[in-house]
Design a protein around this ligand. Sequence first.
Ligand SMILES: [Zn+2]
Length: 147
Amino acid sequence: MFNAAKEDGIALLLGSAYRSYDYQASLYNGYVANRGKEYADTISSRPGYSDHQTGLAVDISDASQANFLSQSFENTAEGQWLHDNAHLYGWIMRYPKDKQDITGYAYEPWHFRYVGVEYATAIYETDPDETFEEYFGVEGGDYAENG
Ligand SMILES: [Zn+2]
């Protein structure tokens, strides 16, 4: 996917991929310490519940990293390219815009989950902002609460 983006003049950077339980715990506990539990639960998974612990999730940035882990990433050429093309390489935007009540997570235009080309394309063609939960008919939004 990164090579295909490059051919379109889009330089992507991998920001974060696999995380161990201990690393996720340190991230989550850091957010709780700085911003409180309620806020932490909207932006970070509790240890044991992160998409990143599966090894199937990535956070992607533009080369400047000016919009890394920021919703403003959606307005960059890189964010647009990913939104429009990631499914062709098997990735879905895991936490789309205005779907927090379904996914349990605020909009994360940088976070992609690998589901394979067949499913990613089917999900995208249902709706570019279709959620994993909607497509598979599974319950979302309770990862944090159950953590
Ligand atoms: Zn992520």
